[in-house]
Design a binder for this molecule. Structure first.
Ligand code: ZN
Length: 166
């Protein structure tokens, strides 16, 4: 797949005309969402190039996004956060301990130690509850700016629709 990058990029770059955009996101918005390959945050939410930060990780988990959010807010001026989790997320299918067990089975002692350093892989059993939990986490986080508008959403991979939870 990576072998096609250059060819694909040549096509993209030949039509590219957005090189003038400023660094800070125009909509002062940061979206936290899952890395799931079926989600296109920009297209599904109508976000154009230069308008928002999109922070992606496994599950769209807020605790995993704090480092990026601090940079987004303090250095690049965003003042709104939207947290998205989604239906059929891989994070609903395992428990953190199970992933630790998988790693312990065949990985080196160094790898096991590195996994221990990660600790919680932040899997979760219920989508809506976890969206609320992540929004509360951000609202109570000392590094997230006071007055930040924070909302929580679910993206439905079956329909492409979003619904607001909080
Ligand atoms: Zn997911």
């Amino acid at each position: 797949m990576a072998s096609a990058f250059t060819d694909n990029n040549n096509v993209y770059a030949s039509k590219f005309d957005k090189g003038h955009l400023p660094l800070p996101p125009a909509n002062k918005l940061a979206v936290v969402t899952c890395m799931d390959a079926r989600i296109d945050p920009a297209a599904s939410l109508g976000i154009n190039l230069g308008e928002a930060h999109v922070i992606r990780n496994a599950g769209g988990r807020a605790p995993d996004a704090v480092r990026s959010l601090v940079i987004s807010q303090r250095l690049l001026g965003t003042r709104e956060i939207a947290v998205f989790h989604h239906t059929d997320c891989g994070m609903l299918t395992f428990k953190s301990e199970e992933l630790h067990d998988i790693i312990k089975k065949d990985a080196s002692p160094e790898a096991v130690k590195a996994a221990d350093a990660i600790g919680d892989f932040l899997a979760f059993p219920k989508i809506d509850e976890n969206v609320k939990e992540d929004v509360e986490f951000l609202k109570g986080h000392p590094l997230i700016l006071e007055g930040t508008k924070i909302s929580g959403w679910v993206y439905h991979v079956e329909t492409g629709k979003v619904s607001q939870v909080v």
